[in-house]
Design a protein around this ligand. Structure first.
Ligand code: DGJ
Length: 754
């Protein structure tokens, strides 16, 4: 058990050797958070860190760290919980009532009046995690707040959530943060993953200063502008060393992630559903549970923080048979054909894909209704027989007969005004009665807050999946929500709309995933506009960005890796000139980037030359031999495209047993006579020796050498071949200088056992 309660000092200590969280019943009955982060001895008391606390009664009160901060009681920092009680006030006095220490991780209590589960981490075995629940009660309103911490075994990661139960008169919850984290100082810089369509999750960093910094979404989805994740690092923290915090929200709707430094220099971080677009009426006997937040601490740098989050997302958030299975290399027809395809063209593409070693054929947008372009058809999930003369079943049959898996694209949450569904049920599209609806991409969003809509979608999507016998589904979401309003609740409860929409989405996912348990689900939202930990509970991979340009992808995948594992990042090789940027990197460069994701192709293979087909075959063979290492290994960022002139990026993956690793270095533009440069690796055994083969194309390795782990990590591999690498193999052209743009080096690293 990693959670201890000391009744004498009234402290709880969550500790697993990797991190410690110390909580206490303060003198006034509130719950304080005395410490979070570095591991501490579980036997000592830490009450000396703060003076006895009777409330914020002094003129200059000590900024005591609190587990559930509320407004209006002298704590003028940003609150974690705001509840409007019957008298219209928002003042609560949450007194410690009781607590439970539980093995494993119980399911989160369901919110009253919504269907579908909240996505949350789980512990497969009791020994994988321990959970502390503390109940605090406000006697006047008869509200009980249950605060929840789950500590994962051997990982410096804590899952946080809160449940509010009402035994009194109805109240309105105005703010319910999933986690607040009070830190004793504000000497941090904040990293956020920000961008827009086609350049999602770029790394942006700014120092904390007195006041508040925040990222958020009001778009109805987590959005491409900001990701529901922030990190804090000390100014001296690097990728490999120093303190870092990572805070993420498992929620696919509007969110807020914020850090505040108050006048005494302490910091409060909070993350949760965005209070700007949220208000929840909690009736007598009602229960409301917040989404779950994950909070990771590391003193092994940003790399340690990412590794901890990756591990928990991979093992404790993703579920089903695809959690641990190797994901198939796919061909998606979207950029190859857009809407211009028929049965025969798809079959021809699939046959070429099979010949190149590709394992899954995915039919993207355009197979249903009258969907000849993006103006019509969404909502009508019956196959378009003009395009697919043998239907989905016939196409699926032919594809399966080739020995390929078969997948399809859906966008269930949407409807075109030009569709049978909209003509029949215009009231199912989100909008405020009497006002115009804003269309984006010529489409409207269906109101998933209405259970009947979710039931309908479950039926029609199930029928399509049954017909096609699909192995894979790509679930898209191509616009944001405007004119938010739902007939599902009365006017005074419209603050619940966005939350109820996301619950409808989760309900639909849960029912479809349960009905089709063997299917591999990939989420998508115009690329990466809903890339969050919440959807990873059902779809273990997500289309990372519509931008398939390999150079742009270096930044997007690098940024995404701060929070999310390689196994979650859909990445495809596409045609040149690239459809988003017009760039023309080589086929091998494109593959060397896309390989560090759930790998696939998105082009028309029948248009490749024979030489290109052979190259693809070699790329697929290279990847599949290393697939388990790439998608399951520890990911380390070695060189950032967000630093310097951004011309170079490097990263590596290392197997858990340390026997194999793969490092990648990318240079976008050729520079004459580049400065001598060495790439220092991480995570190897300094005492071991490694055989390294270097690949600058997928034709085969062009250099082989043996080095000590200490040498590789402390001195590094010379990037330029002319800087004295010891050539031990028969590669006489090891000194060859490569003079062109878009070059890469892959270093295949194997521990030498003899
Ligand atoms: C947006 C997605 O991100 C693309 O990959 C593609 O599926 C299109 N939608 C289809 O409309």
């Amino acid at each position: 058990m990693t959670i201890a309660w000391n009744p004498q000092t009234r402290e709880w200590h969550l500790h697993n050797g990797a991190t410690s969280w110390v909580l206490a019943v303060l003198e006034n009955g509130w719950i304080g958070q005395l410490h979070a982060g570095a591991p501490l001895s579980p036997d000592a008391s830490y009450r000396h860190l703060y003076p006895p606390f009777a409330g914020f009664d002094n003129r200059m009160p000590e900024p005591v760290p609190l587990a559930v901060p509320v407004p209006g009681v002298g704590d003028f920092r940003v609150p974690g919980l705001v509840v409007e009680t019957r008298d219209g006030a928002t003042v609560l006095d949450l007194q410690y009532a009781t607590h439970r220490i539980l093995r494993g991780k119980p399911a989160l209590p369901a919110t009253t009046g919504v269907r579908g589960p909240m996505p949350a981490t789980y512990a497969e075995h009791e020994a994988d995690a321990d959970t502390l629940e503390i109940d605090c009660t406000d006697a006047r309103s008869r509200i009980t707040v249950t605060l929840r911490w789950t500590l994962f075994a051997a990982r410096p990661v804590v899952a946080r959530s809160m449940t509010i139960a009402n035994e009194g008169a109805p109240v309105t919850i105005r703010t319910a943060m999933s986690a607040t984290l009070d830190l004793p100082d504000g000497a941090w810089t904040m990293l956020q993953l920000s961008g827009v369509w086609a350049r999602e999750r770029h790394l942006v960093e700014r120092p904390l200063a007195p006041g508040r910094v925040a990222v958020s979404s009001v778009r109805g989805g987590s959005g491409p502008e900001h990701n529901p994740f922030i990190a804090l690092r000390r100014p001296t923290t690097t990728e490999g060393a120093g303190e870092a915090w990572g805070v993420m929200l498992a929620w696919s709707g509007n969110f807020l992630a914020e850090a505040e430094v108050e006048p005494f220099g302490t910091a409060r971080v909070r993350i949760g559903e965005n209070p700007e677009t949220f208000a929840w009426r909690l009736e007598h006997d009602g229960v409301f549970t917040t989404p779950e937040a994950l909070v990771a601490w590391s003193d092994r740098g940003l790399g340690g923080m990412s590794d901890a989050l990756h591990a928990v997302l991979r093992r404790n958030m993703a579920r089903g048979p695809w959690r641990d299975a190797e994901r198939p290399v796919l061909l998606n027809n979207w950029e190859g054909t857009y809407f211009d395809f028929d049965h025969d063209r798809l079959v021809a593409m699939a046959a070429e894909a099979k010949a190149m070693g590709i394992e899954l054929f995915v039919l993207d947008d355009g197979w249903f209704g009258a969907r000849s372009d993006d103006h019509r058809g969404l909502g009508d999930w019956t196959v378009n027989r003009t395009k697919l003369r043998r239907g989905l079943a016939g196409l699926g049959e032919e594809i399966h007969a080739m020995g390929l898996q078969f997948g399809i694209w859906i966008e269930p949450e949407m409807v075109n005004a030009d569709s049978d569904l909209f003509r029949e049920r215009p009231d199912w599209a989100i909008g405020v009665p009497g006002r115009r609806r804003t269309a984006q991409r010529h489409q409207l969003v269906l109101d998933l807050a209405i259970p009947e809509v979710v039931d309908h979608l479950f039926d029609v999507i199930s029928a399509a999946l049954d017909e096609a016998k699909v192995d894979y589904v790509k679930w898209d979401w191509n616009r944001f929500i405007t004119e938010p309003w739902t007939p599902a609740v009365p006017p005074e409860r419209q603050g619940e709309f966005f939350h109820r929409y996301v619950y409808g989405l989760y309900d639909l996912y849960e029912r479809l995933v349960t009905r089709f348990p063997g299917v591999l689900w990939e989420s998508c939202a115009s690329g990466g506009a809903r890339f969050d930990a919440g959807l990873l509970a059902w779809a273990p991979q997500a289309w990372t960005s519509d931008d398939t340009d390999a150079v742009e992808r270096l930044r997007i995948q690098y940024g995404t890796s701060l929070a999310y594992p390689v196994s979650s990042m859909g990445a495809h090789v596409s045609d040149i000139p690239n459809h988003q940027t017009g760039r023309t990197p080589s086929l091998d460069f494109r593959a060397a980037v896309a390989m560090f994701g759930t790998f696939g192709y998105e082009l028309d293979p029948t248009r490749l030359t024979g030489e290109e087909r052979a190259a693809v075959q070699r790329q697929v063979a290279f990847f599949t031999e290393r697939r388990a290492l790439i998608s399951g290994g520890r990911f380390d960022r070695l060189r950032s495209p967000f630093e310097g002139d951004g011309n170079e990026t490097a990263w590596m993956v290392t197997a858990a047993d340390g026997a194999r690793a793969l490092a990648a270095f990318y240079r976008v533009l050729f520079r004459p006579l580049p400065v001598r440069d060495r790439l220092r690796l991480r995570g190897l055994d300094p005492a071991a020796r490694y055989e390294i083969t270097r690949w600058t194309s997928f034709d085969g390795p062009d250099l082989r050498f043996i080095r000590g782990g200490d040498d590789l990590m402390r001195i590094g591999i010379g990037i330029e071949p002319a800087d004295g690498e010891i050539v031990e193999g028969d590669f006489p052209d090891g000194m060859r200088l490569v003079r062109h743009d878009f070059t890469f080096r892959l270093y295949d690293i194997r521990r030498v056992t003899a």
